[in-house]
Design a protein around this ligand. Structure first.
Ligand code: 13P
Ligand code: SF4
Length: 345
């Protein structure tokens, strides 16, 4: 008999307008020099996500920081000796850095840089939902607020989700999963675990279109299709490789194909070109019959990060991430559980 659950209503998320930083060459050069000086003076390291601008990614690389997926961003900031961590990404990435490093100063270029998954999972409603299902292990995606992580037993990233859920399933555990319904569905199908799914989604990945992707595959028969698992099931079904941003960048190096169709934020192309020079990367389609995408293949919240705002926070100390100590003490447990698990595998 199928069990029926009452699912909480998901808040309607409106993505902000896309505003990307445009710099002239002189201003870029001056800003980079100024930021480098301030970073050295303030013992700061820059940790950037692949979806941020090429300028920020290059600056992170040039100053001994890192450009990576959300798992490695958390690991790198935690292991680094800098007393200030600059997080170029979205709010949950800054929160995670602060939760793991309460003694360090964590600054972000723009505190409005959120994520539709995080916004789709308000902590009070989520906590009430968990209370209704005490028999389930609560597993949340990293793309959530500190308060949601504090309510969870485990945090996972796209790079660890399948292994951790498979592990819990092997122990006979039932899962309450939040917030991404597509990633949850993919993990459920891959592992066979009993998962109750919160119904959030990523506005960027949700916009990829399976029918148009199938047509693109026909037009590029030698291309491998790389898909981030925040995408809809029909898009994932067409993939040669499904994985975190780091995992799909690696696939451009390990697969023999010369051409790739890529279903994730197009900011990732900067690192793909560096990882696999000479290969061709094509954006998976977000347009087509019935297309609704507002932020086609680029995250409007990630785009809020820029060199100007980074310089501003270093000059002023603005945009510091602060998390109350009770939330931090609870949330670190579920994040540390993931990091310990990932370190053993
Ligand atoms: P990754 O951990 O795979 O980089 O994913 C983070 C994210 O927000 C993708 O949209
Ligand atoms: Fe969130 Fe999607 Fe942006 Fe990633 S791409 S930060 S999941 S809104």
């Amino acid at each position: 008999m199928q069990t029926l659950f009452h699912m909480p209503a998901i808040p309607k998320i409106t993505a902000p307008a896309m505003v990307e930083e445009i710099l002239g060459d002189d201003e870029r050069t001056q800003l980079i020099a100024h930021i480098k000086t301030m970073m050295a003076q303030q013992n700061a390291v820059l940790v950037a996500h692949y979806y941020t601008s090429a300028d920020l990614q290059d600056l992170a690389d040039a100053t001994g920081g890192c450009v990576s997926d959300s798992l490695e961003m958390a690991r790198f900031g935690h292991a680094h000796s800098a007393s200030t961590i600059l997080v170029a990404g979205v709010k949950f990435m800054g929160d995670t850095a602060k939760i793991l490093n309460p003694e360090k100063r964590v600054l972000m270029p723009d505190l409005n840089a959120n994520c539709s998954l995080d916004l789709a999972c308000p902590a009070d409603e989520f906590s009430a939902f968990c209370d209704q299902h005490p028999e389930r292990v609560v597993v949340v995606y990293a793309n959530t607020s500190a308060a949601v992580k504090a309510r969870a037993d485990w945090v996972v990233t796209s790079g660890t989700a399948v292994k951790i859920i498979a592990h819990l399933h092997s122990l006979g555990k039932k899962i309450l999963w939040a917030p991404d319904k597509y990633l949850g569905d993919y993990v459920q199908k891959t592992t066979g675990a009993d998962m109750l799914l919160w119904q959030g989604s990523c506005v960027v990945h949700e916009a990829f279109k399976a029918k148009e992707l199938a047509a693109m595959k026909l037009a590029h028969p030698d291309a491998a299709v790389l898909v981030h698992p925040e995408s809809p099931a029909e898009v994932i079904a067409l993939a040669d490789v499904v994985g975190s941003t780091t995992q799909i960048i690696r696939a451009t190096q390990t697969l023999p194909n010369r051409e790739f169709i890529v279903a994730t934020d197009n900011g990732i192309f900067h690192k793909m070109h560096a990882a696999a020079p000479g290969k061709t990367f094509i954006e998976a389609p977000t347009a087509g019959v019935g297309a609704t995408c507002k932020s086609c293949a680029h995250c409007p919240w990630m785009a809020m990060n820029g060199l100007r705002s980074l310089a501003h926070v270093l000059e002023t100390g603005a945009n510091e991430i602060l998390i109350d100590s009770l939330t931090q003490q609870k949330a670190i447990l579920s994040i540390q559980r993931m990091l310990d698990f990932a370190a053993q595998k």
